[in-house]
Design a protein around this ligand. Structure first.
Ligand SMILES: C[S@@+](CC[C@H](N)C(=O)[O-])C[C@H]1O[C@@H](n2cnc3c(N)ncnc32)[C@H](O)[C@@H]1O
Length: 277
């Protein structure tokens, strides 16, 4: 792996647990997207940045035993976990490989379709990953992206500490070339990479009291707390106060918390032009 790994969220134990919960949390929203695409048995499909499992089980079931799924993940630990995950689901048609989504080394045009969920919102130079992804799909194959935009990640009643933590997280991300609001422009990124027939919809979830993802802002900022503080994006005191204030606020069952906006994009790679004679 030649390039530095500027992935935003880190991969500590807490993040590993969060990603494992995410597998179940987002499965219905992803599976609905796969249903609309019409993924068929026997297809060969790719999932970039699959994490410790992601959607590999959903894709594996859709392509069936005659198809194949390749999951690419940069972290060796997540590769191991994902391999265990697919073994537990008894899906031998799913293979997980360590690799870099910027430069997978996989054969061009060798997949019927490719999918990526919540990778672009955590990395710099997303257009390079999009370009790599599109280049791996055969002409006329399908492309699916599921990407976040922090626009709707709010609480109500509003809380200054919440807004300050979001602004701090966004400023830290932007300083590293990472766009927390990338969801809204995925249609442009994929179009620029040659994807056609783009269809887009968006999902916002509400996280009621007791929901796994209600404290997700706290999960995110805790993952990067040292970097926020050491980078001078917020003082240690302010960070501690804001974190406690948000914890208290969302413990109140009358407070509403909504998710990021998840933009779901489907499209196709252009058909090869056939030259008349
Ligand atoms: C937020 S997680 C999402 C995991 C999974 N797609 C899901 O939706 O549950 C993003 C994943 O992308 C992986 N990742 C980040 N940069 C990568 C890269 N350059 N190549 C491959 N994987 C990468 C991270 O290690 C992490 O597992």
């Amino acid at each position: 792996m030649g390039e530095p790994d500027l992935y935003l969220l880190g991969r500590n134990k807490a993040e590993e647990m969060r990603l494992k919960r995410q597998i179940a949390n987002l499965a219905p929203e992803s599976d609905a997207q796969f249903e609309r695409i019409g993924i068929r048995p026997g297809e060969r499909v790719l999932d970039l940045g699959c994490g410790p499992g992601g959607v590999l089980h959903l894709l594996g079931k859709r392509v069936g035993p005659s198809g194949s799924v390749v999951g690419i993940e940069r972290s060796p630990r997540f590769v191991q976990l994902a391999q265990r995950f697919v073994a537990d689901h008894e899906l031998p048609q799913v293979e997980v490989r360590e690799g870099d989504a910027y430069d997978t080394g996989l054969s061009r045009h060798s997949f019927d379709g490719a999918h990526m969920r919540l990778v672009l919102v955590n990395v710099p130079e997303p257009e390079r990953i999009v370009g790599e992804m599109v280049s791996l799909v055969r002409p006329g194959g399908w492309i699916a992206s599921f990407e976040a935009d922090f626009l709707s990640h709010i609480c109500d009643p509003p809380l200054p500490a919440w807004s300050r933590l979001i602004d701090t997280y966004a400023a830290y991300s932007a300083a590293h070339g990472i766009d927390l609001f990338i969801g809204r422009r995925t249609h442009r990124l994929f179009r620029a990479a040659g994807v056609v027939d783009i269809r887009l919809d968006a999902v916002v979830q509400i996280y009621p009291p007791g929901h796994d993802r209600r404290p997700i802002l706290l999960d995110f900022i805790t993952n990067v707390s040292d970097k926020l503080i050491e980078g001078g994006f917020i003082s240690r005191e302010q960070f501690g106060e804001d974190k406690k204030a948000v914890e208290r606020h969302i413990a109140n069952p009358e407070v509403m918390v909504s998710s990021e906006t998840f933009y779901r994009l489907c499209g196709r790679t252009a058909q090869m032009m056939t030259m008349g004679v």
